[in-house]
Design a protein. Structure first.
Length: 651
């Protein structure tokens, strides 16, 4: 129930055996490779510099090209093949295959034909879209001239008359009319800044008119069309409608290619897995015939690796399994193994940081507090019941991915303390129902909830400090435990004992004992805080500054009042919403009331869950983890096949 014990393996085999070996390793999905080609690694082990760097770029590029084709096909067809509704999609489980079964299914799929179909349909749609774009551009060009009631061809056939068709700035309109008085001028249309016009004049005035138009920046309109502009626009729009109809039928044809989509999805995961296998070679070193591989594997799965090597390589391999060395602590990938309840909270640890290999897994230590704190912050039996039912149905009837299933289990477990504290507070969708189980009245017993919140804070803070002491003693650092967390435990317990003795008016000797232990604890804090410094002044200064950290504990304790604040806020909002619904008059209360009740409480439920999730996590990360947990580890990333569209079944 903690960090999984790891082994480092070193595997030597013939280069010719590597492709099959990597496939089997990918099928096991239980190893993570060490990059032997890393320059820092080679500097550390100079004897390895004589080995060549393994690389399969040529082979990999071929698979990447096919992967790109499969990806294009999947993405293109996915736009048009009807998708199942959200609920149906979640109820349908992914196809589960071993890597060998995936390869067999791929080989019988004829995926290239499916790719060619997708490519052909994509090109056809692109061609139709190009035609539409061209026609729309023509329409946009002709629209300013749709008021022209003469065909362009008629203008082009004029013999004794010159025509000028074009655009000029609106500011030159008066100038144009004044200076070209011996011609026919028709304003076809106006825009914000320009006018579009037609000028007709005898050819004898060409020189004069051309000079005037040149001076005012006249822009001539040129076109290859011959018909009347309005007729052209209508024809083009009709053509666009016909093309859109063709597009519709093409898209309908594509929507029937569901089987081709499935084939391309199989091809995608097949080639993605092949690419990963080839990229893995960039972690290895080799001689002419021998390949050297190193990696990490859980100790409990090391025999499975040996068995796989025997079955795949026969006697043509050498493997050595080693325990983790002290200097390798920071490099070991972390796998966590907890029970079903605690494992649901591993995501909370992961969001902060995984532990290092020589630390303890904080997940079992945060789970109970997270459950209690979350329950106190939501604290509504009705909301808890909704979360319980929703998460149970999701786990039971939906085919969720592992991460989504963990998320559903996470809220399933959180629903129980939510119901529990809701019963204690007497809250069921706010005050909609008066519960007989109410032990604390949130309207009258606010200070009781404050004391409860602070009490839980004290427990968690001390729990964190004791964990720190245990962690240090476990690795042989008893002195650090005493001068670190131990000194704070002595000091804080003494302060608490002194306050209790005065409050209960105990004999003065009890208070004196607590004062003595408090002073001892403070002296230990000062000594521990400055013992790393060299000079006496620095030791004293740093030690006294460490003692100032007591204010941080006060701030930490105050932070736990958010358990009270969020719990009361959610209940108050729920009560206010119920009050608002009750103010509705007769018929409106019957018709609109239930709708508003559902909408309002869904909103408040979402708000309460989000607030509790964030603030409970904050209490773990800031007030709790800071007492004992450093983190800095990295999660184990297994070498495994692609599972974007299928699920890989382990060999």
């Amino acid at each position: 129930m903690a960090i999984v014990k790891m082994k480092k393996f070193t595997l030597l085999t013939f280069e010719s055996k590597k492709p099959r070996l990597l496939k089997e390793m990918q099928g096991l999905s239980n190893v993570e490779f060490i990059n032997l080609q890393d320059e820092d690694f080679l500097e550390k082990y100079e004897s390895l510099k004589e080995l060549a760097k393994d690389n399969d770029d040529i082979e990999c590029s071929k698979y990447e090209e096919n992967l790109s084709k499969a990806k294009f096909g999947v993405e293109f067809l996915s736009k048009y093949v009807p998708k199942k509704s959200g609920l149906k999609a979640l109820q349908e489980e992914k196809l589960t295959l071993t890597l060998d079964e995936l390869e067999e299914k791929f080989k019988s799929s004829n995926w290239l034909d499916s790719y060619e179909k997708a490519k052909e349909k994509e090109e056809e749609l692109a061609r139709l879209d190009s035609q539409v774009t061209k026609l729309q551009s023509e329409i946009e060009t002709l629209t300013p001239w749709e008021g022209l009631d003469v065909a362009f061809s008629e203008l082009k056939t004029l013999k004794n008359t010159s025509y000028y068709l074009g655009t000029v700035a609106k500011s030159y309109e008066d100038t144009l009319i004044q200076e070209i008085s011996n011609a026919y001028i028709e304003i076809i249309s106006r825009s914000t800044n320009d006018i579009n016009l037609l000028i007709l004049a005898n050819k004898e005035y060409d020189e004069n008119i051309s000079e005037v138009l040149k001076n005012i920046g006249f822009s001539s309109f040129k076109t290859e069309h011959n018909s009347v502009p309005l007729k052209l626009i209508l024809d083009f729009k009709h053509q666009i409608e016909e093309i859109q109809s063709k597009k519709f039928f093409v898209q309908e044809e594509i929507s029937d290619l569901e089987e081709d989509l499935k084939k391309l999805q199989i091809a995608y995961d097949y080639f993605a897995s092949k690419v990963e296998r080839n990229k893995a070679s960039k972690n290895f070193l080799k001689t002419k015939n021998i390949c050297a591989i190193q990696g990490w594997i859980a100790e409990e799965e090391s025999e499975a690796l040996r068995t796989m090597c025997n079955n795949t390589l026969g006697n043509d391999y050498y493997i050595e399994l080693e325990d983790v060395k002290e200097e390798e602590i920071d490099d070991v990938p972390i796998k966590l193994k907890n029970g079903e309840l605690v494992s649901a909270f591993e995501s909370v640890t992961g969001m902060y940081s995984y532990p290092k290999y020589n630390e303890i897994d904080p997940t079992p230590l945060l789970a109970p507090f997270y459950l209690i704190f979350f329950g106190m912050m939501v604290a509504d039996a009705g909301y808890g019941l909704l979360v319980l039912i929703g998460s149970f149905l999701a786990i039971r009837y939906l085919k969720l991915s592992d991460s989504m299933k963990d998320f559903a289990r996470f809220f399933f477990y959180l629903s129980f303390p939510t119901i529990f504290f809701g019963l204690i507070y007497g809250s069921f969708f706010g005050d909609i129902v008066k519960l007989p189980t109410q032990l604390i009245d949130t309207n009258k017993d606010v200070m009781t909830i404050v004391y409860l919140s602070l009490g839980l804070g004290v427990i968690q803070i001390f729990f964190g400090l004791f964990i720190k002491v245990y962690s240090l003693v476990r690795i042989g650092k008893g002195k650090d435990a005493l001068f670190g967390a131990g000194s704070w435990i002595i000091t804080l317990l003494s302060i608490g004992g002194l306050a209790t003795a005065k409050a209960l008016k105990l004999p003065s000797v009890v208070g004196t004992i607590f004062i003595v232990t408090m002073v001892i604890g403070m002296i230990l804090i000062v000594i521990g805080g400055g013992r790393e410094e060299k000079s006496f002044g620095a030791k004293a200064g740093q030690g006294l500054y460490s003692l100032y950290g007591i204010t941080g504990y006060v701030g930490d304790l105050v932070s736990y009042t958010r358990l009270m604040a969020l719990g009361l806020a959610g209940g108050s909002i729920a009560g206010a919403l119920n009050l608002l619904i009750h103010t509705l008059p007769g018929v409106a209360a019957i018709i609109i009331g239930p709708v508003l009740f559902v909408l309002f409480h869904i909103f408040n439920l979402g708000l309460s869950l989000l607030g509790a999730y964030v603030h409970t996590a904050r209490l773990q990360y800031v007030e709790y983890f800071s007492k004992f947990y450093d983190g800095g580890g990295r999660p184990f990333k297994a070498f495994k096949g692609s599972e974007k569209y299928i699920r890989i079944k382990r060999n």
